[in-house]
Design a protein around this ligand. Structure first.
Ligand code: PEP
Ligand code: MG
Length: 754
C-alpha cells in the first residue's frame, strides 16, 4: 500500500492541473482499494455547497453539476466533524442521502475523509462499496494521506481562479495569493523569477527570441556535459566494476537519445527558452521512470534529473550575463535570498515576493532597509508561472495579485498615490527631533550592514548606528576576509557616522545566514552553531574581526561592540578575554586603540532571567526581538507555515522586553531594542511606554516611527502598555493598537492608503 501511495502522490504532484490530479486520485484509489466508487467533493464557500468534482464510479456527467448542501448527508457529516467517517452500512445511517442525479446505487460501505488545509475543510474524499464494508485502518490512513496531499493543490487552484472556473462560479472578487506582510507599501510591476543556480524545479517559463540560436546554446551545453562524463569515466571508470561503469554509458546514451535532447529542442523551437524547455522535458521523462514498477528502473528518474541539472549548470554559465530587469521589477522566488535582492538595480526594483520565509527573514529586513514592499511566506505560490506577469503586491496585508483585473489595479494605483502623499508628509519630519509631545527624547538609531556598502545612507536623521550587521562582508566573498579588508570596510562606516556612535555586531553567521565557503550542515541550525558560538570555537576568526574593528576606530573612537547569540555568562567572559587579548596585542604593536563600550544582544530567553548579572558586566544591552520572539514562542522565524504564530506583539514577548528594560533601569545599564519590533510604529509606542533608552531600525522605518512618537505623551504610552500587557493574546494587542492609532489619525502608517 505504501508503494501505491508513493506512486499516486508522485503522479498527483506532477499533474498539470487540479482536474487531472483529482482524476488520477479517484481512479487509482478505486483500483487500489477495490472500491465501487471513489469521488471527490469540493467545498464552494460562496454557495455553501459541496460540488462533485471528480468521480470514478458515478455518472461522469454529474461532475461539476451535482451540488450538496454543506452540512447535509454523509459528505456533510465528514465536513462537520472534520474527521474520517467510516460506516459499514451507510444506507441505514440517519444522515444517508440518496442523490439520484449521480446515478447512485444503494451503496453500503462508506469511507469519507476531510481534505483540510489551515484548519479549513476544503472538501471530502470518499470511497463507497455496494456491499457492507468496514474499511480497514490502513485504508483510512491511506485516504487520509492522499487528502493531505490534495489540500495544497486545491488551495493553489482556489487562489489562481482555476477552481472557480471548474465550479462555474462567478469570480465575485479578485483572487490573490496570501502571504505575510514583509515590508509595508504597495507595488505594481512585472514579475521576474529569481531562482538558485542549477535548481531545475525553480526554472521559470520564458520565451526565447531566436529559437535557432537558443538551440545552438542548448546543444553546446549537452556536448559539454557529455565531454564531462567521458572525462569522469576515463578518470575513475577503471577502478569500478563493470556494472557501475555501465552507468556512465547509460548517461551518455540518455544524452544522445531522443529522451532529453529531441524533446528539449522541440520545446525550444516552439518558442521556449532552453532552461525552461529542459525543465519540462526532464520532468516528463523522469515521471515515466517514476511510474515504473521496477525499483531499478525507477531509480533512473534521478539520473534523468541529475543530467538535467548538469546541462542547466552549463546553460547558466553561458547565460551568466546579468538578467534583464524591467522597470518596476517585482522579484519573485521560492526562497529569495538577500543577495538576489541586492542584485536588482535599486531604481528598477518595485517589490519582492518570496514563497517561503517570514517578515523576520533577512531578505525582508533588507527589503525594509531599502524601502521596498515585500510579501513573504506565500505558501502555494506558483513561482515558475510568475515570470513576466503583471503583479500587484500589498505589503501591508501580505497579498499578491497576479494579472489583476482593471478594478483592482485602479484601486491599488489610488493607494500607491496616497502612500506617496504620506511619504511626502513624513519627509517634512526629517529635521524635527524624535521626542514625545511632552518632550521625552527617544533617540532613533539605524540598523544597517545588510545593504551593500555602496548604498549606505549617511542619514543625519539618526543618532548613530544601533546595529551594524557585519555578516554581509563575509557573505559576498569566497573566503574569510582578512584583517585589512575588514578594517577598511568598518572604518568607512565609522567615518560616515562619526562622531555619532556605531554599534558593530561581531559575526553572526549560522541560522539562516550561511557562508558559502564555511558550510554548517545541521538539522536544526537556529538551535545550533551560530553567532558567538562559532566565534568562540574559532578564536582566529573572532580575533581577526575584533582587531579589525578596534583598528578601524583609531582616532574616531565611536565604536561600540555587540556580541550576538550569547546564552551564558561564560560565553561573555570568554569573549571578553579574547577582546582584551586583541586590544593588548594592538597596543603592543603601537596602535592608538581604545577599549570600546561592550554590549550583549538579548536573543536567548535564558538571559531574561540573568539580565541583572549581565547588566553588571556590560555597558549596554540590545534586545534582538527577532530571535527573542523566535525562541520565546518556539517558532522558526523563516517558516511560512507557522508564521501566523510568530508575533512580536505576543504579550509574553512584551512582558519579557518590559522586564529587561526595568532591570536595565535598576542597574543603570542602557537598554535599546534593535529587532524589527523597534521599526514597527505600533510596537514603538509600547516600547516608548516601557521607557526603553533608544530604538534601532531600518532606514525605511525611521520617519513612520518618529511620526507616532511625536504624537504621544509618555504617560499615554505607559497607559497603553499597561492595557497591552493585560491582553491575553497578540490579536488583542494588535486590535487595541490599531484602534488607538486610527482614532489618532495615524492609521495610514500601518495599513494601505491614507
Ligand atoms: C534580532 O535577532 O532581533 C536581531 C536584530 O538579529 P538578526 O535579525 O540579525 O538575527
Ligand atoms: Mg538575531
Amino acid at each position: 500500500m505504501l508503494e501505491t501511495l508513493h506512486r499516486i502522490v508522485q503522479a498527483v504532484n506532477s499533474a498539470p492541473d487540479l482536474e487531472s490530479a483529482l482524476q488520477i486520485i479517484v481512479s487509482r484509489v478505486k483500483k487500489a482499494m477495490g472500491a465501487d466508487v471513489v469521488s471527490v467533493y469540493l467545498t464552494d464557500f460562496e454557495s455553501h455547497e459541496h460540488v462533485l468534482q471528480a468521480t470514478d464510479g458515478l455518472l461522469p456527467e454529474a461532475v461539476g453539476e451535482v451540488r450538496l448542501p454543506l452540512y447535509q448527508g454523509l459528505i456533510g457529516l465528514v465536513c462537520e466533524r472534520a474527521e474520517p467517517v467510516n460506516i459499514s452500512d451507510a444506507h441505514s445511517h440517519p444522515r444517508y442521502l440518496f442523490v439520484h442525479e449521480t446515478g447512485e446505487k444503494r451503496y453500503h460501505g462508506f469511507l469519507g475523509v476531510p481534505i483540510i488545509q489551515n484548519r479549513k475543510v476544503l472538501g471530502v474524499l470518499v470511497a463507497r462499496q455496494l456491499e457492507q464494508r468496514s474499511f480497514a485502518d490502513q485504508e483510512v490512513t491511506f485516504l487520509f494521506t492522499l487528502a493531505a496531499q490534495l489540500a495544497g493543490a486545491i488551495t493553489h487552484a482556489r487562489t489562481s481562479g482555476e477552481l472557480a472556473s471548474m465550479q462555474g462560479t462567478q469570480e465575485v472578487m479578485a483572487r490573490y495569493f496570501e502571504g505575510r506582510a514583509g515590508a509595508t507599501g504597495v507595488a505594481l510591476g512585472k514579475g521576474v523569477v529569481a531562482y538558485p543556480p542549477a535548481d531545475l524545479n525553480a526554472v521559470p517559463d520564458r520565451p526565447n527570441e531566436d529559437p535557432e540560436a537558443e538551440a545552438v546554446v542548448f546543444v553546446a551545453a549537452v556536448a559539454n556535459v557529455s565531454a564531462e562524463i567521458q572525462a569522469l569515466c576515463r578518470r575513475i571508470g577503471g577502478s569500478l566494476p563493470a556494472e557501475d561503469r555501465a552507468l556512465f554509458d547509460a548517461w551518455l546514451m540518455m544524452l544522445d537519445s531522443d529522451t532529453l535532447v529531441t524533446g528539449t529542442l522541440e520545446r525550444i523551437r516552439a518558442g521556449g527558452w532552453a532552461p525552461g524547455a529542459l525543465r519540462a522535458t526532464v520532468e516528463e521523462h523522469a515521471q515515466v521512470f517514476d511510474a515504473m514498477e521496477d525499483v531499478y528502473l525507477r531509480e533512473r528518474a534521478s539520473d534523468v534529473r541529475d543530467l538535467g541539472r548538469r546541462i542547466l549548470m552549463h546553460l547558466q554559465n553561458q547565460n551568466s550575463s546579468t538578467p534583464e530587469y524591467p522597470e518596476q521589477t517585482v522579484l519573485v522566488g521560492e526562497d529569495v535570498s538577500a543577495m538576489q535582492l541586492a542584485e536588482v538595480p535599486r531604481e528598477r526594483l518595485a517589490g519582492v515576493v518570496s514563497a517561503s520565509g517570514s517578515s523576520f527573514s533577512h531578505v525582508a529586513i533588507l527589503a525594509r532597509a531599502m524601502g521596498v514592499p515585500a510579501v513573504m511566506g506565500v505558501v502555494g505560490l506558483p513561482v515558475a508561472r510568475m515570470d513576466g506577469l503583471r503583479l500587484i503586491l500589498d505589503g501591508y496585508r501580505g497579498r499578491v495579485y497576479a494579472s489583476p483585473p482593471e478594478s483592482v489595479r485602479a484601486e491599488y494605483e489610488r493607494v500607491a498615490a496616497e502612500d506617496r502623499e504620506i511619504s511626502a508628509e513624513l519627509e517634512a519630519l526629517r529635521s524635527l527631533p524624535c521626542e514625545t509631545l511632552d518632550k521625552v527624547a527617544v533617540p532613533l538609531y539605524l540598523n544597517t550592514g545588510l545593504v551593500l556598502e555602496a548604498s549606505l545612507v549617511d542619514d543625519d536623521e539618526v543618532a548613530g548606528v544601533g546595529l551594524y550587521r557585519t555578516e554581509l562582508l563575509f557573505m559576498v566573498r569566497d573566503r574569510f576576509p582578512g584583517e585589512e579588508v575588514q578594517m577598511r570596510s568598518y572604518r568607512r562606516v565609522l567615518e560616515t557616522f562619526a562622531p555619532r556612535p556605531v554599534t558593530m555586531r561581531t559575526l553572526d553567521i549560522g541560522g539562516d545566514k550561511p557562508l558559502p565557503y564555511f558550510p554548517v550542515n545541521e538539522s536544526n541550525p537556529f538551535l545550533g552553531w551560530r553567532g558567538i558560538r562559532i566565534s568562540l570555537d574559532h578564536p582566529e576568526i573572532f580575533l581577526t574581526q575584533v582587531r579589525a574593528l578596534l583598528r578601524a576606530a583609531e582616532g574616531l573612537h565611536n565604536l561600540r561592540l555587540l556580541l550576538p547569540m550569547i546564552s551564558t555568562l561564560a560565553e561573555l567572559y570568554d569573549a571578553k578575554v579574547l577582546i582584551r587579548r586583541a586590544y593588548d596585542e594592538l597596543v603592543e604593536e603601537g596602535h592608538a586603540v581604545r577599549m570600546p563600550p561592550l554590549g550583549v544582544m538579548i536573543e536567548v530567553p535564558a538571559l531574561i532571567y540573568q539580565a541583572d548579572a549581565l547588566a553588571r558586566r556590560v555597558d549596554f544591552l540590545s534586545i534582538g526581538t527577532n530571535d527573542l520572539t523566535q525562541y520565546l514562542l518556539a517558532v522558526d522565524r523563516n517558516n511560512a507555515r507557522v508564521a501566523g504564530i510568530y508575533d512580536d506583539m505576543h504579550p509574553a514577548v512584551l512582558g519579557a522586553v518590559h522586564l529587561l528594560v526595568k532591570v536595565g533601569k535598576e542597574r543603570k545599564c542602557e537598554v535599546s531594542v534593535c529587532g524589527e519590533m523597534a521599526g514597527n510604529p505600533t510596537a514603538a509606542v509600547l516600547l516608548l511606554g516601557m521607557g526603553v533608552d533608544s530604538l534601532s531600525m531600518s532606514a525605511g522605518s525611521l520617519l513612520r516611527v518618529k511620526r507616532v512618537i511625536r504624537s504621544f505623551e509618555q504617560r499615554q504610552a505607559e497607559e497603553l502598555l499597561e492595557d497591552a500587557l493585560g491582553c491575553e493574546d497578540a490579536a488583542m494587542v494588535h486590535a487595541l493598537m490599531q484602534q488607538t492609532l486610527e482614532q489618532m489619525g495615524l492609521g495610514g502608517l500601518i495599513r494601505p492608503g491614507k
